[in-house]
Design a protein around this ligand. Sequence first.
Ligand code: NAP
Length: 273
Amino acid sequence: MLKESIMNDNNHSQIRLTIIGITGRMGRAVAMQARSSFTITGAIASDSSRYIGKTLSEVGISPLQTVIEGPEAIRDVASRSDAVISFTNPEAEVKNAKKLSEAGVATLIGTTGFNEEQRALLIKTLSNLPLLISPNFSLGATALLVLSRASASMLTDFDFSIVEMHHSAKKDSPSGTARQIAEAVMEKRGYNSIINGRSGISLRKQEEMEVLSVRGGGNPGLHTVIANGQYEYIRLEHQVLSRDAFAAGALHAAKWLVKKEPGVYSMEDVLGF
Ligand SMILES: NC(=O)c1ccc[n+]([C@@H]2O[C@H](COP(=O)([O-])OP(=O)(O)OC[C@H]3O[C@@H](n4cnc5c(N)ncnc54)[C@H](OP(=O)(O)O)[C@@H]3O)[C@@H](O)[C@H]2O)c1
């Protein structure tokens, strides 16, 4: 149910949003897009940020007077919001999770690069709230995931590969999105191993998923899923044109998530698949 606090807010249609990682590439993109339907009531950067204590307006992120605070303020700030969107790094997410759990509001985590243990810990710690952890908030990439899974169900003799390309500052590889699509394809095709590149004599094994990463320049994210048959192939491709695609998708998902009961949700749930 939509929280009363949202309905009773002065701007009755506004969702109060806390952004964690506000000074980063994604945090800024979300803040830029959160102009209508949202009010940024909380802004969190790392402990060592030179922006702590400054307002969003002072640092040119948004015209709002919301003060940027460090992670120790997460519980207080988030509990006065309706939703939290967080784009940081895996270690920071794990560190911040207890405070988020105590705040108890709908939480969207876009950070990528979690290992299994970190992911499981996050899901356990945040089990008391509506939670959406997605390596790709873009609506198009979610469609790519759905289409890839459907293709893997249909094309049972085809060999599936993924090529992903991102800007040179991206830390983790393969991308979280490529890993997510690979998992969906592997489940349908019964693949049991992943190869991330070839060199020398390296024949493709029958139950092997191929995932290749390219890094360079400023590309915000390209994912190509290739299904090779003996006499034909299909190629499904999604290119993000700017980070605004992730930001807009995260905000779209936040509007959906604030109305949900506690539980773990996916972007496929948001799009009704
Ligand atoms: N799900 C998606 O759709 C999607 C799309 C794009 C990117 N991503 C992922 O999102 C993550 C962030 O990407 P980015 O490009 O925005 O990175 P970035 O530019 O490096 O920004 C990271 C932000 O996290 C902050 N931070 C670091 N430690 C923190 C802590 N303990 N508490 C609170 N904030 C902390 C940093 O603050 P300081 O500047 O003070 O260090 C910075 O604001 C990456 O994992 C990336 O792969 C996901």
